[in-house]
Design a protein around this ligand. Sequence first.
Ligand code: HEM
Length: 73
Amino acid sequence: MTATFEQDIKPLFRERDRESMKPVFDLWSHDEVVENADAILERLRNGTMPCDGAWPDEQVAIFERWVEAGTPA
Ligand code: HEM
């Protein structure tokens, strides 16, 4: 099953993530996450975002596969 933004990706971003990142982009907006997907993936991979603790590898892999699948809504 291919991950979709609404069902699988958006729920990975906490309210706190969204609020913190709002001045830069909206993590609950499909379009804005797609526009910033490369930067987001880089930060998730190198563990510098979220600022309060890196995601587990498996969670980063879900985001990565969603990008490779063409970022379905
Ligand atoms: C999964 C959640 C998050 C993702 C994917 C994320 C992603 C990103 C990305 C891609 C940037 C670089 C933006 C740019 O330069 O255009 C960034 C910057 C930033 N984020 Fe987040 N963020 C997340 C959560 C948070 C949280 C929880 C905080 C709370 C402190 C935070 C605070 C910041 C700050 C202060 C910056 C600007 C300074 C810097 O580049 O380190 N972010 N974030």
